[in-house]
Design a protein around this ligand. Structure first.
Ligand SMILES: *Cc1c(COP(=O)(O)O)cnc(C)c1O
Length: 332
């Protein structure tokens, strides 16, 4: 039986983060068919696109989204156009998309420019966008916590820990937990911990009051969207560009920030930041247990360790760490 996208005990990682092996599991989503958790949401989105009669799948991506979109489009005999910003690419992931026969459209500009172009293109009849604003992706990604909780026989852990990029996972996990709680499948609500890269830490800045001394909250649906807008204006003015070697979470303006805040409110969540070096250490120790994951996934490990060191995660807490993707890029 091959590796599966279900939780595993990893003794060396447990020791590294400072938890007993029986209290912590890691779920490597890299064993999905295109090598990342993106497949969970993409299968739902492409299915919906097909139901709607779409002939062409469209996305803006530099990485795992394009690999996943291209794979499902090829499976379904659909076209797939990928809009990529010049010079902001993860070669390993893009070469996967090439192999699946996607058409690459190079856009002169940054990711936001490529994204805007892709949304224009998606207005064409028969075209269908699968970018992170697509709600079916959020629905499909609920299978990640479903699988984790099923493994734990619906005994909810104290924590579920994710790297934070566009915050699709955070949003999806929050919605999943709201529903499971409402339906009575779980009694206790695990806390979500979102781990940002130091060089792409918009959520950490806003959530933890590092901009204008205001802690951004969902606030029962009345989030301070002006604060977000002002921070983005400040970022643009000061030419602050997201910068981390973990390209999957190199995102300055998370598309799902509001839904993410809602998830954090429902689960009494926390947000923290780790450095590139800490992420590399995290992914390395996963490797020592015979699993490979990409650098962004190392954020889950580094984040658990950091929250343990600060005693936010307690010694006997039960923790699930999500390893979002498999290693695809050359490390040297
Ligand atoms: C997309 C991606 C992320 C970021 O996930 P979000 O849901 O956008 O926060 C993290 N790790 C990997 C490997 C990814 O592909």
């Amino acid at each position: 039986e091959g590796r599966q996208s279900k939780p595993y005990h990893m003794s060396k990682v447990a020791e590294f983060v400072g938890l007993d092996n029986e209290n912590v599991v890691f779920q490597p989503e890299g064993y999905n068919p295109s090598g990342s958790f993106k497949d969970n949401g993409m299968s739902a989105a492409v299915t919906h696109g097909k139901m709607m009669g779409a002939k062409k799948i469209i996305c803006a991506s530099t990485g795992n989204t394009s690999a996943s979109a291209g794979m499902f489009a090829a499976n379904e005999n659909m076209e797939c156009d990928v809009y990529i910003p010049e010079g902001e690419i993860a070669p390993g992931k893009l070469s996967q998309a090439y192999q699946f026969g996607t058409q690459m459209i190079h856009v002169d500009g940054n990711f936001d420019d490529a994204f805007t172009r892709s949304l224009e293109a998606a207005k064409e009849p028969g075209s269908y966008t699968v970018n992170s604003i697509n709600p079916f992706r959020i629905e499909g990604q609920k299978t990640i916590p479903y699988r984790a909780l099923e493994f734990l026989e619906w005994e909810t852990p104290d924590w579920i820990v994710y790297p934070g990029g566009a915050l699709g996972n955070t949003s999806s996990c929050g919605k999943c937990l709201m529903e499971l709680h409402e339906w009575g499948w779980i009694k206790k609500i695990p806390r979500i911990a979102v781990i940002n890269a130091e060089g792409a830490n918009t959520l950490d800045v806003l959530y933890n009051g590092k901009f204008n001394d205001v802690e951004l909250r969902w606030n029962k649906g009345n989030a301070d969207t002006e604060l977000i807008k002002n921070y983005y204006i400040e970022m643009d003015k000061k030419h602050i560009r997201p910068k981390t070697k973990a390209t999957a979470i190199q995102i300055g303006k998370p598309a799902n920030i509001l839904k993410g805040l809602r998830a954090l409110e429902f689960t009494d969540g926390v947000v923290t930041t780790v450095t590139d070096k800490e992420m590399l250490d995290g992914m390395s120790v996963v490797g020592l247990n015979g699993f490979d994951c990409e650098m962004a996934s190392g954020a889950s490990i580094a984040g658990i360790k950091k929250l343990r060191d600060k005693e936010i995660i307690k010694k006997d807490d039960k923790v699930i760490g999500i390893l979002t993707g498999r290693q695809k890029e050359p490390l040297l």
